[in-house]
Design a protein around this ligand. Structure first.
Ligand code: ZN
Length: 246
């Protein structure tokens, strides 16, 4: 299965240790632990970059401190860095640091990233994908969450009606109000899904060290399902806003 092979190859990259180019000592990811020289970037995942376990509950205050500390140390303008290669590596390490920090500090992006590391494909629901689908007329691969089927159907009818009204330059305040109310409910649902996600984080974190592959897969699937539902709702909210604001 691709899931297993993905996981193990990434883990192998993360665990590969190498020696400092300058003094030959075993080095850390960004700097040599002995001489402090910046090292050429290794293709590690973002968790490994921050020397974190692949867990989802994360001390974001600590992450932030670590980020600022590393940014300062990796700053390419540090005059102590006479070596040209070291300057380039600083630059590369800095950009890796920025990407890693941006991804890990955000709860949703962190979860999506972890799932991708674990070999799970998320549904393509980005704005770009939506627009591409619209322009090419192809059907977007976006499954309506079963518990929302009725609501979404109803809402889409109302949106159609409002669009038609707006074209004629008249809109019905009651309809606008009704759609606005539904938008608010969808936003609340989005928030409660984010809360629900945290309970899966706890499950996942427990399983990282001691769980079986089978158990981990179950939680992975639950998180995937939740994120797909959440991004479906997010897109719907965006569509509603577009109609209301135009
Ligand atoms: Zn060294």
């Amino acid at each position: 299965m691709t899931i297993e092979s993905n996981t193990s190859s990434l883990a192998t990259i993360g665990e590969t240790t190498s020696n400092c180019w300058s003094c030959g000592t075993m080095r850390a990811v960004q700097f040599c632990s002995a001489c402090g020289k910046v090292q050429p970037p290794k293709p590690v995942d973002y968790f490994t970059f921050f020397a974190l376990p692949r867990k989802l509950h994360l001390d974001t205050a600590l992450l932030e401190r670590e980020f600022y500390e590393l940014s300062r140390k990796l700053h390419p303008d540090l005059c102590a860095r006479a070596d040209k290669r070291e300057q380039e590596w600083s630059l590369e390490q800095s950009s890796l640091l920025n990407d890693a920090y941006r991804t890990l500090k955000d709860p949703i992006r962190r979860t999506e990233y972890l799932l991708r590391l674990e070999g799970v494909e998320l549904e393509e629901q980005s704005k770009a994908a939506t627009e591409k689908a619209r322009s090419t007329g192809e059907i977007k691969k976006q499954v309506v969450p079963p518990d929302l089927l009725e609501e979404v159907f109803e809402l889409n009818m109302q949106l159609e009606e409002l669009r038609a009204q707006k074209k004629l330059g008249e809109d019905d305040p009651a309809l606008v109000e009704e759609i606005g109310k539904q938008k608010l409910e969808l936003e609340q649902k989005q928030d409660s899904l984010a809360e629900e996600l945290k309970t899966y984080w706890s499950n996942w974190d427990e399983l990282v060290d001691s769980g079986t592959e089978e158990n981990r897969r179950k939680i992975r699937d639950k998180m995937l399902d939740l994120l797909n539902r959440r991004s479906y709702i997010r897109n719907l909210v965006r569509d509603v806003s577009e109609v209301l604001e135009n």
